[in-house]
Design a protein around this ligand. Structure first.
Ligand code: ADP
Ligand code: MG
Length: 372
């Protein structure tokens, strides 16, 4: 039905950026031809190295910067010409930006004051949101008397209190220590599920992006490298940049010598042939780089003395690094290396005899081959 369809389409196109370009004087093009549709209620993360244009995209959405070209439409309205204050967007930045002379409750009430909400209504809204972020007992403290995590929760409450159409967060957890960050990641995720608010989140931390997002937009130098679910970008990386930036990956160079649909054979520098999964149009004779994750490499510590031909790669043990729950075993290969294998630690650090001959192998589908 037409109305149902268009409602569904509206929900899928809650925020739309089309052909967005932005340059700064002296910095050249910072965002080139950026296209993205965000659904209502989605948690979308812009992930990329420092300088890739993540904050610039948030500034464009918030209205603190104007695109040189392209359209930004949110809730069916043209945002490019709309003043920041009319956009009804909540923002949370890394450095909290709380008013030091105001209490927690006053900080959180501030956006409601600006919007001239009546004081009884304001008090109720502040109470509700402070309960939501579990700060109701600290309502009368000033920011200086709070921990980093508590301050960031105040900033979050302040961004949510006026029921924004969507919330922009720029590296909100990056100033916090690891443990607190992990905790707040889960809290934020729960809060998002509970409120169903649309979030555009910025981080350079791939773990954070993987844990929190419905979809991840991987950026490099202002260009989208891949858009997909956390599983898409991790397990089905579209190119070498994404494979290297998200998680850890081992790379080996070679030349494609056979291709049968989803499977190909690559001849590595030393002449050995290994199976792989070609990504995109890779043909026989093309130079390629395979990327295989440490957990997808099989390690045989005691390889049979006369293995079947072309079964894996002979390698030499270099060292094992113990991480408690797992270990990383580093091997060297005649074709280059080192190469890292992730193995479960099973309660003990693996005893590794450096220099020992071993063999590694992998399933074709887990070694992705890219044009290089
Ligand atoms: P990120 O948030 O991914 O680290 P930014 O969007 O902050 O990236 O910056 C992208 C690029 O634009 C960087 O090269 C940065 O130096 C440049 N840049 C950002 N803001 C300005 C500005 N106001 N004036 C000039 N150059 C800027
Ligand atoms: Mg930034």
């Amino acid at each position: 039905m037409a109305t149902g369809d268009s409602a569904a389409q509206d929900a899928n196109r809650f925020i739309v950026l089309e052909g967005v370009r932005k340059s700064y004087p002296g910095a050249g093009a910072v965002i080139s031809d950026f296209n993205l549709s965000i659904s209502r209620g989605e948690f979308v993360t812009l992930l990329g190295p420092s300088g890739s244009g993540k904050s610039t995209l948030l500034m464009l959405l918030a209205g603190f910067e104007k695109p040189d070209a392209g359209a930004i439409v949110a809730r069916g309205r043209n945002y490019v010409e709309m003043a920041p204050k009319d956009r009804n967007i909540g923002v949370v930045f890394q450095d909290y930006a709380l008013f030091p002379h105001m209490t927690v409750a006053q900080n959180v009430a501030y956006p409601l004051r600006v919007r001239r909400m009546a004081s009884a209504e304001r008090r109720a809204a502040v109470e509700r949101v402070l309960r939501l972020v579990q700060l109701e007992d600290l309502a009368h403290r000033r920011p200086a008397a709070l921990s980093g995590g508590q301050r960031q929760r105040v900033a979050l409450a302040r961004a949510l209190v006026f029921q924004p159409d969507f919330v922009l967060m720029d590296e909100p957890l990056s100033a916090l220590d690891r443990r607190l960050r992990d905790h707040l990641q889960v809290e934020l995720k729960h809060l998002h599920a509970k409120l169903g608010v649309t979030v555009v989140y910025v981080t350079h931390d791939q773990d954070e992006a993987l844990t929190m997002s419905d979809r991840i937009v991987v950026l490099d130098r202002g260009r989208v490298q891949q858009v997909g679910t956390p599983e898409d970008v991790y397990a089905r990386s579209a190119n070498l940049f994404v494979a290297d930036f998200i998680g850890e990956s081992n790379r080996l160079d070679g030349c494609i010598v056979a291709r049968r649909g989803e499977e190909a054979t690559i001849r590595l520098a030393g002449g050995r042939e290994m199976p792989c999964r070609p990504v995109g149009s890779l043909n026989v004779g093309d130079r390629a780089t395979i990327s295989v994750r440490p957990e997808n490499v099989r390690l045989e510590l005691e390889p049979a003395p006369e293995p079947e031909p072309d079964h894996g790669l002979p390698a030499t043990l270099v060292e094992a690094i113990y991480y408690g729950d797992h270990a990383r075993v580093v091997v060297s290969l005649p074709e280059g290396g080192p190469l890292t294998v992730r193995v479960p630690a099973n309660g003990a650090a693996p005893a590794v005899e450096a220099g020992r001959p071993v063999r590694i192998s992998w399933d074709a589908s887990l070694a992705r081959a890219f044009v290089c």
